[in-house]
Design a binder for this molecule. Structure first.
Ligand code: UDP
Ligand code: MG
Length: 316
C-alpha cells in the first residue's frame, strides 16, 4: 500500500527551448532526495512555436513522473496555469516558472513550511528583484499599494508571483473560479484560508526571454483593478459631483459680477478651458465604463479557458 502524499509540480512553458531541459534537471535533482512524498511533474505547453514540445516529449520518455498537457494554442500564462491545476492529481500542488526564476531547490523548504505551520497556501515572497529596472520595481510597488486600497477586503500580498504551494482544498477552491479575466494574484488571495509567506530571492531568467513588456504589464494592472475593484466606476460620480459644485460656485460668481459690474463679454478662454476639461473627463469615464463592459462581454460568452490538444505520458 502506498500511503505517501502526492505533490504535483505545475510548470507552464511558452517558447522555453533554451531552458526547459535545464529546468527539468534541476527540478528532478531537487525532488529526487525527498522520500516522504511522491511527485508528478506537469508541464503545460502553452502553444510554443519553438522546440519546447519536442524537448518535453523527450523528458516525458526519460522520466515517468512527468505528464505533458499540450494546449491547442497559446492561451497565456494564466490559462496555462489553470490547465495545470485542473490536471493536478496531487494532495498539494506547487507552481514553478520554467525559466528557473523560482529556484526548484526551494521545493523541500516549501513543503516543510506547509507541513510545519499547517498552512493551506505557502506563497513565495520575493525579498529582492534581481535583474529588474528601478522603474519596474517602482511601478510594481505603486500598483500594489493602489490595488490594495481600492480592492476592499481582499489583501493581495506585495512582491508575490505565482510561485507557491497549495493544498487540496485551496486547489479545489481555486478551480471553482472560472472567470475569463484571470488576475491570478488576486484569485489566489480571494479564496482565503490560511496563507503564509515564504521569503525567497527571485533569480534572473536562466535563459531565453521574458514574455512581458510594459504594455502587457499595463494590461495586467488593468485586469487586476477591474477584476477586484469597482472604485473606478465610482470615480465618474465623484468627478461629476466635484465639477458641478465648482460650476455652481462659478455660476454664482458670474451672476454677481454681471449684476455689479455689468457684462463686458469676456470669457472665451475660460469657456474653452471648461469645455476641454469636461470633454476630457467625459472621455475618461466612458473609457472606464468600456473597460468594465468589455469584461462583462467576455464573461457572458462563458467560453472554456483553454483547450487541450493532447496529454502525453510516459509509456512503458
Ligand atoms: N508563459 C506561458 N504562456 C505565456 C507566457 C508565459 O505559459 O503566454 C510561461 C513561461 O514559459 C514561464 C512563465 O509563464 O514559465 C513566466 O513567464 P516569463 O518568464 O516570461 O514571465 P516573467 O518571469 O518575466 O514574469
Ligand atoms: Mg520569468
Amino acid at each position: 500500500m502506498n500511503a505517501r502524499a502526492l505533490i504535483s509540480l505545475i510548470i507552464p512553458c511558452y517558447n522555453e527551448q533554451a531552458v526547459i531541459e535545464l529546468c527539468h534537471r534541476r527540478v528532478a535533482a531537487a525532488v529526487d532526495p525527498i522520500r516522504d512524498y511522491d511527485f508528478e511533474i506537469i508541464y503545460i505547453n502553452d502553444g510554443s512555436r519553438d522546440e519546447t514540445l519536442r524537448l518535453l516529449e523527450g523528458i516525458a520518455q526519460s522520466d515517468k513522473r512527468t505528464r505533458i498537457v499540450n494546449l491547442s494554442r497559446n492561451f497565456g500564462k494564466e490559462a496555462a496555469l489553470t490547465a495545470g491545476l485542473d490536471n493536478a492529481k496531487g494532495d498539494a500542488a506547487i507552481i514553478l516558472d520554467a525559466d528557473l526564476q523560482d529556484p526548484p531547490e526551494l521545493i523541500p523548504k516549501l513543503i516543510h513550511a506547509w507541513k510545519d505551520r499547517d498552512a493551506d497556501v505557502v506563497y513565495g515572497q520575493r525579498t529582492s528583484r534581481l535583474g529588474e529596472t528601478w522603474f519596474k520595481k517602482f511601478s510594481a510597488s505603486a500598483f500594489y499599494r493602489l490595488i490594495n486600497r481600492i480592492s476592499g477586503r481582499v489583501d493581495i500580498p506585495y512582491n508575490t508571483g505565482d510561485f507557491r504551494l497549495m493544498n487540496r482544498r485551496a486547489l479545489d477552491a481555486l478551480k471553482d473560479l472560472r472567470e475569463q479575466h484571470r488576475f491570478m494574484k488576486g484569485l489566489f488571495a480571494w479564496i482565503g484560508y490560511k496563507q503564509i509567506a515564504f521569503p525567497y530571492v527571485r533569480e534572473p531568467r536562466a535563459g531565453g526571454r521574458t514574455k512581458w513588456d510594459y504594455l502587457s504589464l499595463w494590461n495586467l494592472s488593468l485586469e487586476g483593478i477591474t477584476g477586484f475593484s469597482m472604485t473606478p466606476l465610482r470615480l465618474a460620480s465623484i468627478f461629476g459631483f466635484i465639477i458641478s459644485a465648482f460650476a455652481f460656485i462659478f455660476g454664482c460668481y458670474i451672476l454677481l459680477h454681471t449684476l455689479v459690474a455689468g457684462s463686458d463679454v469676456p470669457g472665451y478662454p475660460s469657456l474653452m478651458v471648461m469645455v476641454t476639461f469636461l470633454s476630457g473627463i467625459q472621455l475618461l469615464t466612458i473609457g472606464i465604463l468600456g473597460e468594465y463592459i468589455g469584461r462583462i462581454f467576455n464573461e457572458t460568452k462563458k467560453r472554456p479557458l483553454y483547450f487541450i490538444d493532447k496529454i502525453i505520458e510516459h509509456n512503458t
